[in-house]
Design a protein around this ligand. Structure first.
Ligand code: C2E
Ligand code: MG
Ligand code: MG
Ligand code: MG
Length: 291
């Protein structure tokens, strides 16, 4: 009857609620565990930078790369290699991103300096910044110290920030970016096209490079309107004096399209995957000795 049906429904609800609460607790516990483990990871040197090459579009992948982007990896002692998308957001929330970000900046500069002294360096190394790092007014000073410590000159360090990070507090961002600029740092907008900012607005930021998001690049061949938007973006970016890098280039057809539309630089699996420093050192040394 109706009473028993009601009773069962309530029981069911209670069980669902218990199940839901248990799942929430498990997620919260996993998060806490990750926080704890991230602190250990910093002290235990479990982080590593992989580097992905960028090539001048005209030069092609057999040339020496014009730059590399540093991408962080976490070698977890039990869980193996963890991608940044899984732990950077946690690091941002628990306040560890500054320490991890400082580690990445120092490591990228150290590595670039070693390549330079072996005369196998690409022209520059790019490092990703998170919102918290950009918000800290002492960032330019710390970057300046690192550049001096490792002997990096103007144009050798590039910092990448996303549109949303730059737009969160534009006035503060402009001031910090201008101080970085004064150190000779190249500034790039990452994942361009995924946010809501107009190029006209971005132009007020002291940036030099736009990195077209790979979501866009992936659809160049299949979606005519995406192709149109890409082409228009290149034209406008160039008229504003910005260099354009295409991310996530995976096919020859994409490369051909980007080349014919005067995209300046290419980055993607077609040209090279992110790899540890030693991998590139071997590769560049053998090329250098073959010449
Ligand atoms: P991002 O800066 O946009 O980096 C590009 C991402 O696209 C990298 O993923 C790279 O491995 C991937 N990728 C490159 N070429 C291709 C391709 O042809 N196809 C596909 N499908 N993917 C490609 P990854 O290394 O997993 O990094 C993800 C994101 O994590 C980065 O996106 C960046 O936002 C963030 N990140 C990485 N390292 C750091 C860091 O040191 N600090 C901070 N704050 N964020 C970082
Ligand atoms: Mg990036
Ligand atoms: Mg990107
Ligand atoms: Mg991205």
């Amino acid at each position: 009857n109706a009473d028993t049906a009601m009773y069962h429904a309530k029981e069911q609800g209670r069980n669902n609620m218990q199940y839901f609460t248990a799942a929430l607790n498990a997620a919260a516990e996993e998060r806490l565990a990750m926080e704890r483990e991230l602190r250990v990871a910093l002290d235990d040197s479990q982080f590593e930078l992989h580097y992905q090459p960028q090539f001048a579009t005209a030069a092609g992948a057999t040339a020496h790369p014009c730059g590399v982007e540093a991408l962080i990896r976490w070698h977890h002692p039990q869980r193996g290699l963890i991608a940044p998308a899984r732990f950077i957001p946690v690091a941002e929330e628990c306040g560890l991103i500054e320490a991890i970000g400082d580690w990445a900046l120092n490591e990228a500069c150290r590595c670039f300096a070693a390549w330079k002294s072996a005369a196998i360096n690409p022209a520059r190394v790019a490092v990703n910044l998170s919102a918290h790092q950009l918000r800290n007014p002492s960032l330019p000073e710390r970057v300046g110290t690192l550049m001096e410590r490792h002997g990096l000159g103007a144009g050798e360090l590039e910092l990448e920030i996303t549109e949303s990070v730059a737009m969160a507090d534009p006035a503060a961002a402009v001031e910090t970016l201008e101080r970085l600029r004064a150190l000779g740092v190249t500034l790039a907008i990452d994942d361009f096209g995924t946010g809501y900012s107009s190029l006209a607005y971005l132009k007020r930021l002291p940036i030099q490079v736009l990195k077209l998001d790979r979501e866009f690049v992936g659809d160049i061949e299949s979606d005519p309107s995406d192709a149109q938007i890409c082409a228009a973006t290149f034209t406008l970016a160039h008229s504003l004096g910005l260099e354009v890098v295409a991310e996530g280039v995976e096919t020859e057809a994409q490369r051909a399209f980007l080349a014919s539309h005067r995209c300046d630089k290419l980055q993607g699996y077609l040209l090279g995957r992110p790899q540890p420093a030693e991998y590139w050192e071997k590769c560049w040394r053998s090329k250098a000795s073959a010449v």
